[in-house]
Design a protein around this ligand. Structure first.
Ligand code: NAD
Length: 452
């Protein structure tokens, strides 16, 4: 299969002969080739977005909202097909894929209320005989650059809101799984969105750089790894654009000795191994406080050992493959480093393979105990099915680990003590904090974002 770009309502083929391979991670086979746009094609997409802007910005918000209502219905009608495109190229289970699309739909639902949200402010008599009001107006052409791990949800964090507000948009999705974003663009068109309002260009750094430096792009939203987030933020702002850039994560879940350990174990299984750990909100460190460590490990170990890996076509699979061969090799090398640096590997999933899928990027779950902050497995975002247990003597040293960690996306505490919960929520310098909730992802009408 050869993919294309989606510019001004049309499928547009590659112009420069640069392509990347898209894999089926369960088999390791090449599933298609995605064109990598150069500055010329990106410029074409930006020009289409710029041309569509005046009319779309002048379209009454209620009419823009009606497009979103129809878009929501179309996504729901095509849920199975969309989920399959996500699973086929990412590897996650269908249930995970459907869940992530539903989270995207929630943003579209939020965008359906845009007329109410765009109401400005009015103050009568800020001075004698002088009233003051503020209006909300579109910024212009917006660009979104998104990661592989949520090819439906993360683009849908961005373009429905930007477009409902009257902006036009150029999306540069991940080159690993381009099918779903391209399909979403078609569905938005079917919902009545005029051509040029949403454009999709595929590509790599070259396409991203073209967006970051194009003077016609007013705002950039990025989600991905920390080094690229820093680069995008710095480059976009140096070119005078509004920029927001969400980066990587190393999320800690603190388990207090008074926690319900069955509940904490269930939570850790889903949060550490769901989507094979390829989530920015995955819990990759469990901080076991005091006496919690031994019983927690005892409960976790058989569950991790028993995790059922499989392709998305196997409905019994709990965990799919990693996204690429490089990702698999990188995660296994980090597990090797954990062993070399003295952590105790309680469950070793490195050697696990699947009959009939020997070339797929599968590995089993790994569980480490006695991980120390100096170890690579603690310092790096592993982005794989690996959970590190760090033992902390008391609540203060557990909190200290969370506070001093350079990452600050999400964290959680499991406890039955209201004081500890309240103190943790207030003092953890982390964007999203869960109390007895392992992945504290807010719904669309609250903001999502990290700290640090
Ligand atoms: P990535 O940073 O490799 O890629 C993200 C995007 O940047 C892609 O579209 C990619 O094509 C582009 N890109 C890659 N290298 C580039 C370069 N040198 N210059 C310019 N653009 C470049 O991230 P990924 O591997 O696709 O996604 C996984 C990462 O995303 C993890 O670190 C994860 O934590 C993070 N993530 C964060 C959030 C969040 O909300 N904070 C959400 C999802 C994923």
């Amino acid at each position: 299969m050869t993919f294309h770009h989606f510019i001004d309502g049309q499928a547009v083929s590659a112009a420069n002969g640069r392509f990347g391979d898209v894999y089926n991670p369960a088999t390791g086979e090449i599933a298609g080739q995605v064109p990598f746009a150069g500055p010329e094609q990106v410029g074409q997409a930006v020009a289409a977005a710029e041309a569509a802007l005046p009319k779309w910005a002048a379209t009454p918000p209620i009419q823009r909202a009606r497009v979103m209502f129809r878009f929501k219905a179309l996504i729901e009608a095509h849920m199975d097909e969309l989920a399959e495109t996500v699973s086929a190229e990412h590897g996650k289970t269908l249930e995970d894929a459907r869940g992530s699309i539903t989270r995207g739909v929630e943003v579209v639902e939020f965008a359906c209320g845009i007329p109410h949200l765009l109401k400005g402010e009015f103050t009568e008599a800020v001075g004698t005989g002088v009233d003051s009001y503020s209006m909300r107006q579109p910024v212009g052409v917006c660009a979104g650059i998104t990661p592989f791990n949520f090819p439906a949800m993360v683009p849908m964090w961005m373009f429905p809101i930007a477009i409902a507000c009257g902006n036009t948009f150029v999306l540069k999705p991940s080159e690993r799984d381009p099918s779903c974003p391209l399909r979403l663009a078609r569905l938005l068109q079917e919902a009545g969105c005029p051509d040029g309002v949403l454009n999709v260009v595929n590509g790599d750094k070259e396409a991203v750089d073209a967006l970051l430096t194009d003077p016609r792009v007013a705002a950039v939203s990025f989600v991905g790894s920390t080094p690229i987030a820093e680069y995008v933020y710095a480059t976009a702002s140096a070119h005078g654009k509004r920029a927001q850039a969400l980066g990587g994560a190393k999320n800690h879940m603190v388990v207090m000795p008074d926690a319900d350990l069955d509940q904490a174990t269930d939570a850790l299984m889903g949060a550490a191994y769901g989507s094979a750990g390829e989530r920015c909100m995955a819990v990759s460190v469990a901080v076991a406080v005091g006496d919690a460590a031994e019983p927690l490990i005892k409960k976790l170990a058989p569950r991790v050992q028993g995790l059922k890996i499989g392709p998305y076509t196997d409905s019994a699979a709990e965990m799919g493959p990693l996204v690429t061969r490089q990702a698999l090799d990188r995660v296994k090398a980090l597990v090797d480093s954990g062993v070399e640096q003295g952590a105790e590997l309680i469950v070793d999933g490195r050697g696990e393979t699947l009959q009939g899928y020997e070339n797929g990027y599968f590995m089993g779950g790994c569980l480490f105990d006695k991980v120390e902050p100096e170890m690579e497995i603690y310092k790096q975002e592993i982005f794989g099915p690996v959970l590190s247990v760090v033992r902390a003597a008391d609540y203060d040293s557990a909190l200290d680990l969370v506070v001093k960690n350079p990452y600050g996306n999400g964290t959680a505490i499991f406890t039955r003590d209201g004081d500890a919960a309240r103190d943790f929520a207030s003092r953890a310098n982390i964007g999203m904090v869960g109390v007895n909730v392992p992945i504290p992802v807010p719904v669309a009408y609250h903001s999502f974002g990290g700290w640090k």
